[in-house]
Design a protein around this ligand. Structure first.
Ligand code: NAD
Length: 338
């Protein structure tokens, strides 16, 4: 595809996944605009390693709350392609403590964004769902069968986050059936990598463990739950490969799952993070805290067949790269404070 001059909106483009996608598409010559309310994203994610902004932030960055339909109209005007990545995403602590407000916000964002994109004649629209939408009872034991895309129904996700993201998929399916615009839907497993949120309030498990290791011994290295819970972790650059490929090869073909066909336990992640840190750390497992679904992984044959995608980054290499990025953030914060 010739990206040169293509007008692309990335919602949530200051977030973990969106910011990497923005950098990649801008490097191909696309005119990339970001809409993000900075609830979890950061403008600093839109700078490269040399400190240069990857897009023209004064013209192409809009701090907008996309729960508001007027803002969605404004953001989508004149765009050829919309990658809709903005939604309320956070760790288990936030998700289970804010079920109603999170559900409500994501329904508004997803519904308003799709409607505005149709109204403004956007050619291609990409939506991202989540493995958290799979039925809770099918991931309640260790080593369950690999998920196929169709296993999402009959629906019974564990959290309102999983439900909200599934409703987003459903509205895309309806618009696709009525041929209102070209739609690509990817369903991600657990994404990790640089540009992650590290705060105790909103971070997901990997950045949270890395923060605890970096701050150790000031912060105790506590794992929520038994550590036996397992997830199919996928590195952010592998996810961006899929986002790039879906526009070329995966439009109007239903949801395509993105994640490896093996899972890694949180205990294994914690031990790997400890080993990368090089510190003497005692890991404490707090079984009074929720740990979510027990185990899941992806049958990614649809992604292989349609997108020619495969997960290429090993968990060890991905964790090392994520740790190095997080370490720089912590050093910079300490430097600024001093
Ligand atoms: N990280 C994962 O493990 C994972 C897994 C499956 C699916 N996803 C999906 O991928 C997408 C991107 O996730 P991410 O990991 O980059 O998370 P992220 O939180 O880093 O990115 C989401 C972005 O949306 C923005 N946002 C939130 N509410 C908004 C609002 N009302 N208006 C405008 N912007 C708003 C946030 O500020 C953030 O920058 C999300 O749709 C998420 O559901 C993520």
């Amino acid at each position: 595809m010739n990206w040169n001059g293509t007008r692309v909106l990335v919602t949530g483009g200051a977030g973990q996944i969106g910011s990497h996608l923005v950098a990649r598409l801008a490097s191909y010559g696309a005119i990339v605009t970001v809409a993000d309310n900075l609830w979890r994203g950061k403008k600093s994610n839109l700078f490269d390693d040399d400190g240069k902004p990857v897009i023209d932030l004064s013209r192409n960055f809009f701090e907008l709350d996309l729960t508001d339909p007027v803002n969605c109209q404004r953001a989508t005007e004149g765009q050829d392609v919309v990658y809709h990545l903005a939604d309320v995403v956070a760790g288990i602590n936030y998700v289970f403590g804010n079920q109603f407000s999170l559900f409500n916000a994501n329904l508004l964002i997803d519904s308003n964004m799709l409607k505005a994109s149709i109204a403004n004649g956007v050619r291609s629209y990409v939506y991202v769902g989540t493995a958290c939408s799979y039925p809770a009872e099918r991931q309640s034991k260790l080593n369950p069968p690999l998920f196929k895309e169709a296993d999402v129904y009959p629906a019974s996700p564990e959290s309102s986050y999983g439900w909200s993201k599934l409703m987003g998929e459903m509205s895309c399916e309806l618009a696709m059936k009525e041929k209102l615009l070209d739609i690509g839907v990817l369903r991600f497993h657990n994404v990790y990598g640089p540009h992650c949120e590290m705060s105790p309030e909103k971070s997901q498990v990997i950045p949270s463990l890395i923060r605890k290791a970096l701050r150790h011994p000031q912060e105790e290295f506590v794992v929520w739950g038994s550590g036996k819970q397992r997830r199919a972790f996928v590195f952010v650059q592998d996810v961006v490969d899929a986002l790039e490929a879906v526009l070329l090869k995966g439009m109007n073909q239903g949801a395509i799952q993105i994640g490896p066909d093996y899972s890694t336990s949180i205990k294994e992640i914690a031990e790997c993070v400890r080993s990368i840190s090089g510190k003497q750390i005692d890991i404490r497992y707090d079984t009074t805290k929720p740990e979510g679904d027990v185990d899941r992984a992806a049958d990614w044959s649809k992604a292989r067949d349609i997108l020619e995608w495969s997960p290429t980054t090993s968990i060890e290499s991905g964790l090392e790269r994520t740790y190095a990025w997080c370490e720089r953030q912590v050093f910079e914060q300490v430097g600024q404070a001093g």
